[in-house]
Design a protein. Structure first.
Length: 182
């Protein structure tokens, strides 16, 4: 009996339960007001890189490292994608970013989630919402959001990896102001 009790105590001491990892992810994510990061985005095999700042809820400003000077900005209601030659504006609610940029929505999805997978150093939460499939990835050790996978409005597979993450930085006042069409 003593041997069984000792083994049980050792197992509990050295094993972190899925629930505690989930709680730490939620606690960490809940404290974040904004994040800035570099990214690598793969849309149907086309790789683009750049940097973004997200302010919760639903605001994003991304500058792509491209010759066409691509930017992507959401003010929480609309999403603008602008390049040197093109200008597109969409209602944010019609895009996958509407849910990815909604921290409260993601936390609700994570709470009590049963279909998560641990892949090397990442924890993957997979869910379907409004007919769209989402994969959200968190670092197993830092509990930070590190990637997402969705389909865009044209049903292209979009995989975005985040790195060099900075949390709760001082942000410029007009960072999420939508650009005008020139």
């Amino acid at each position: 009996m003593k041997k069984f009790l000792l083994i049980l105590i050792l197992i509990l001491f050295f094993t972190e339960t899925d629930a505690s990892i989930e709680d730490k992810i939620i606690q960490n994510f809940d404290k974040i007001k904004n994040i800035s990061f570099n990214f690598e985005q793969n849309i149907n095999g086309k790789i683009e890189k750049g940097n973004c700042t997200v302010q919760y809820p639903k605001k994003i400003n991304c500058k792509y490292n491209s010759d066409n000077k691509k930017i992507l900005i959401s003010n929480g209601k609309s999403l603008v994608i602008k390049t040197k030659n093109d200008y597109y504006i969409y209602p944010l609610e019609k895009t996958a970013l509407n849910l990815i940029l909604d921290k409260k929505f993601l936390i609700k999805k994570i709470q009590g989630f049963t279909e998560k997978k641990i892949i090397e150093e990442m924890i993957n939460y997979k869910f379907t919402e409004n007919g769209n499939e989402f994969n959200i990835f968190f670092n197993k050790n830092s509990y930070d959001l590190v990637a997402w996978q969705t389909s865009d409005i044209y049903q292209n597979l979009n995989i975005t990896y985040l790195y060099s993450i900075k949390k709760n930085q001082e942000l410029k006042k007009n960072l999420f102001k939508l650009p005008t069409q020139d």
